[in-house]
Design a protein around this ligand. Structure first.
Ligand code: GAL
Length: 709
C-alpha cells in the first residue's frame, strides 16, 4: 500500500512530466550552438528594459547570433543576502532569443556585492603586502575563502536552477579572467595543508628543498612562507602549483553545481585574460576541467611589456601564436569571448585599429581555431570604470563607425559557418610551453638577456613559416600525434617527463631540445646529472657548461652558419653514436670548437639538443632542417610576408583562411581552383587588399591518397 503522501508525490511527478512533454510538444527545442558564433558582452542590467529591443535588433542586424550576459551582475541578481532576482535575466534571455540569439551566462563571481564584503570582510583578498582590498572595483575576493565559495555556490545554484534547462542558454562562463591570488590567513592555512598533503612529512619537504641552505629548515608547516620574493626555488615553484590548484578548486566549486543541475548540452568554459600568456597559474590545468576553453584577445604587441599593451596594431605572428597556445591547452578549437571593437581604454595610447583591421583580426582567430568571437563591449556604459572603451553602439544606443565592419563580418560568418563546421587546425609540429620551466627560469633568469618568451616566439616564427601550422602545447598533452616536438627552455624535467619524451622518440618522434633543458627536477632542485638531466641516457651526451653570453659567438655546421647569441652550452658526447651537428667558432675560449648541437637516433626517432640561442636567419634555416628531417608536410599555399594562411580540416574538406596584414595588396595563386566561401564561385587566384580576408574551401583528399611526386 502506498501512503497518501507517496500517492500525492506520484501525482505531482506525473503532472510535471505532462507539463514537460507539453513544452517539448509546443516546440521549445534547445537552440543549437551556431557553428560560428559572433556576439558581444551585453549588460541589460545597466539599461532600462524599454531599450533592450533596440539594442538586440542592432545586434541582429550586425549578424550576431549570441549575447554574453551576467558576469558582473551580482548586485542585481542578489540585491540582498539570499534574495535572488532572476526574472529580469530570464526576460533578457527570452528577448535575445526573439531576435535569434543564443545566450552565454557568466557567473557573477568576479564582483562580490557591497552588502557581502561588508558582512563578510574575510572574503576580501589580501595582497602580498598584507593589505586587504576595499570595495569599489572588481577581483576583490580571495580565491581561498571558504565563505566566499559558499556564497558563489549559492548564487550559481540559483542561476543553474533557473537557466539550466533554458533552451536558449548554450554555455556558462565561470567568473571572469581569473587573475589575483590572495595572502589572507585562510590562504596561508590552505597552502600549508596543501604542502602537508603533497609531502607527507616536513623531513621530505626539507630534503627536497634542501632547506639546510641558509638555515631554512622548517619544524612546523605554519613556518613556511608564501612569497614571490627571491625565496627557495622549491618553495617558489610549489607556490605556483598551489595557486593553480586553488583556482582549479575555486572553479570546481562552481562547475560541480552546474554539472549537477544543467543540461550537458550547455557547455562550461571560462574566459582567460592576460593576453593568453599570463602565467600566474598553469592555464592548461585549469582548462582541463572545462568543456572548452576561451580567451580574451586584446591588441598588444607585447605579452610582458605592459606599457605597450592595448596600444598599436595587431601583431599577427604573436596573435597567431597565442591562439595556437590556447588551442593547445585542450588540443581543440576554442572561443574568443572578448575582442576590442577597435580600441580599449587602458593602453598607454588607446589608439584605434585601422579600418578593416578588426575584421581581419576576427578572421585570423577563426583560422587558428576560434569557433566564436565576441566583442567587449556592446554599448558604452554611462558610468563605471570603462567609459572610454570601444563599443559597437555609443551611449545613445546608435551604431559607431566600426559597427559596419563588424556587420560585414557577421554576414560573412553566416555564409562561412556551415563550411567551417566540424573543421579544426591540424598540425604536425608541436612547440612546448611548459609552466614549471617558465616559472623556474623566471625565478632566476641568470642572464636578463635570456628572454624565454622572445626565444619561444623566435622558434614559433621559424617553425610556422615552413609549415603554416604549429600547436603550442604543454608536455602533459598528447605528443604522439606530432612528427616533430620542439622544446626550447624546458628547464624542469622530472624522471616521468623524461620517460614520456623518450618513449615519444622511440616510437618515431623527432624531439629537438633547446637551451637550459633538464637542469632542474620537479622540486626545482638541480638534477644531479648535468643537463639534460634524466634525458641524458637517451641523448648520449651532456652539457659540460652553460655560459651567459655578452657577445655573440660564431656557430656553424649541418644547419648553416651564423651567430650564437645570449646563451651557449657546450656538450660532451658520451655515446659513440651521438653525432655533433653544430660547433662554436672562435671568439670565446671556453667554447671554441666545442659541440653546440648534438643528436642521436633512438628507436625509430631522433633526439637533438641545441645548446645555443641562434640568430634569426640561422634559426629559420635550422627549423627548416628539423621539419624536413621529421617529414613534415609542406603547405600548399605558400604566402608572401605579412599574409597569414591557416588551414582547418574536417568533415571531408579543407578550408583556408587567409588574412593580409602586409602594407599593400597581395595576389596569391592557388594550386587548384577553390570555392570562394565569402563571395561565392570558384577562384584560382586570391586577391587581397590590405587587411583583406579570403576563406577558400576544397574537398579534402581522402586519407591514404598517394600523390605523384
Ligand atoms: C577585460 C575584461 C572586461 C573588460 C575589458 C576591457 O580584461 O574581462 O570585463 O574590462 O577587459 O578591455
Amino acid at each position: 500500500m502506498q501512503s497518501p503522501h507517496k500517492i500525492f508525490l506520484n501525482v505531482l511527478a506525473a503532472a510535471a512530466l505532462v507539463l514537460a512533454l507539453t513544452a517539448v510538444a509546443a516546440g521549445v527545442k534547445p537552440s543549437p550552438i551556431p557553428p560560428l558564433m559572433l556576439g558581444s558582452a551585453w549588460y541589460p542590467e545597466q539599461w532600462p528594459e524599454s531599450q533592450w529591443d533596440t539594442d538586440l535588433a542592432h545586434m541582429r542586424q550586425a549578424g550576431m547570433n549570441m549575447v554574453r550576459i551576467g558576469e558582473f551582475a551580482w548586485s542585481t541578481i542578489e540585491p540582498r543576502e539570499g534574495v535572488y532576482e532572476l526574472d529580469w535575466m530570464e526576460r533578457a534571455v527570452a528577448a535575445a532569443a526573439r531576435h535569434g540569439m543564443v545566450t552565454i551566462i557568466g557567473t557573477p563571481t568576479d564582483t562580490p556585492p557591497a552588502w557581502m564584503t561588508t558582512k563578510y570582510p574575510e572574503i576580501l583578498r589580501v595582497g602580498e603586502d598584507g593589505k586587504q582590498l576595499q570595495h569599489g572595483s572588481r577581483r576583490h575576493f580571495s580565491i581561498g575563502s571558504e565563505k566566499y565559495r559558499q556564497l558563489c555556490a549559492a548564487v550559481v545554484e540559483q542561476l543553474a536552477r533557473r537557466f539550466g534547462h533554458n533552451p536558449h542558454v548554450v554555455a556558462w562562463q565561470i567568473g571572469n579572467e581569473y587573475t589575483e591570488d590572495s595572502y589572507d590567513p585562510e590562504s596561508y592555512a590552505r597552502f600549508h595543508g596543501w604542502l602537508e598533503k603533497k609531502y607527507g612529512t616536513l623531513e621530505a619537504l626539507n630534503l627536497h628543498w634542501m632547506t639546510a641552505y641558509w638555515s631554512q629548515t622548517y619544524s612546523q608547516w605554519s613556518q613556511v612562507p608564501m612569497t614571490t620574493a627571491r625565496a627557495n626555488p622549491g618553495l617558489l615553484l610549489e607556490h605556483k602549483r598551489f595557486i593553480t590548484d586553488t583556482w582549479r578548486d575555486f572553479q570546481r566549486n562552481q562547475t560541480d553545481v552546474l554539472r549537477r543541475l544543467v543540461e550537458p548540452r550547455q557547455l562550461i568554459t571560462t574566459n582567460l585574460g592576460g593576453l593568453g600568456w599570463a602565467n600566474r597559474f598553469n592555464r592548461q590545468q585549469v582548462a582541463a576541467d572545462l568543456d572548452l576553453i576561451s580567451w580574451d584577445e586584446y591588441l598588444g604587441s607585447g605579452w610582458f611589456d605592459n606599457a605597450r599593451n592595448g596600444t598599436g596594431h595587431l601583431d599577427p605572428l604573436r596573435s597567431g601564436a597565442t591562439h595556437d597556445l590556447v588551442r593547445g591547452w585542450k588540443q581543440k578549437n576554442f572561443w574568443v569571448l572578448e575582442m576590442p571593437p577597435g580600441f580599449v581604454d587602458w593602453g598607454s595610447v588607446s589608439n584605434s585599429l585601422d579600418r578593416g583591421e578588426t575584421r581581419a583580426m576576427v578572421w585570423h582567430s577563426v583560422g587558428h581555431g576560434a569557433d566564436c568571437v565576441a566583442f567587449w563591449q556592446w554599448r558604452s556604459a554611462l558610468n563605471g570604470q570603462e567609459q572610454y572603451h570601444g563599443s559597437l553602439v555609443g551611449p545613445d544606443g546608435e551604431p559607431v563607425p566600426v559597427y559596419a565592419e563588424i556587420a560585414q563580418t557577421g554576414a560573412e560568418f553566416a555564409r562561412a559557418g556551415p563550411v567551417l563546421a566540424g573543421t579544426s587546425p591540424v598540425s604536425e609540429v608541436a612547440l612546448i610551453h611548459d609552466y614549471d620551466s617558465r616559472w623556474a627560469i623566471d625565478f632566476n633568469r641568470f642572464s636578463q638577456r635570456y628572454d624565454q618568451m622572445q626565444i619561444l616566439i623566435d622558434y614559433y616564427r621559424a617553425l610556422r613559416e615552413p609549415t603554416q601550422a604549429v600547436d603550442i602545447v604543454t608536455p602533459a598533452m598528447d605528443l604522439a600525434r606530432y612528427k616533430l616536438v620542439v622544446a626550447p627552455s624546458l628547464n624542469v624535467v622530472s624522471p616521468e617527463l623524461a620517460r614520456r619524451l623518450t618513449d615519444y622518440v622511440r616510437q618515431g618522434g623527432h624531439l629537438v631540445l633547446g637551451p637550459r633543458t633538464g637542469m632542474k627536477n620537479e622540486f626545482n632542485a638541480l638534477n644531479r646529472e648535468r643537463q639534460p638531466g634524466p634525458l641524458l641516457p637517451a641523448l648520449g651526451g651532456r652539457v659540460e657548461q652553460f655560459y651567459a653570453l655578452l657577445e655573440d659567438v660564431p656557430i656553424a655546421g649541418a644547419w648553416g652558419a651564423g651567430k650564437a647569441t645570449v646563451w651557449a652550452e657546450y656538450f660532451d658526447r658520451l655515446a659513440p653514436d651521438t653525432e655533433v651537428l653544430m660547433r662554436y667558432g672562435p671568439g670565446n675560449d671556453w667554447l671554441t670548437d666545442q659541440p653546440a648541437a648534438i643528436s642521436r637516433k633512438v628507436g625509430q626517432g631522433t633526439i637533438t639538443y641545441l645548446g645555443a640561442v641562434l640568430d634569426p636567419a640561422l634559426m629559420t634555416a635550422a627549423a627548416k632542417q628539423w621539419t624536413k628531417q621529421a617529414g613534415v608536410t609542406a603547405p600548399v599555399l605558400p604566402a608572401p610576408a605579412g599574409v597569414k594562411v591557416s588551414r582547418r580540416v574536417g568533415a571531408g574538406r579543407e578550408v583556408y583562411v587567409i588574412t593580409n596584414f602586409s602594407a599593400g595588396p597581395q595576389e596569391i595563386a592557388l594550386p587548384s581552383a577553390m570555392t570562394d566561401v565569402l563571395n561565392g564561385g570558384e577562384v584560382s587566384v586570391a586577391n587581397l587588399p590590405r587587411y583583406g580576408v579570403a576563406v577558400l574551401a576544397r574537398p579534402a583528399a581522402p586519407a591514404g591518397t598517394k600523390f605523384l611526386p
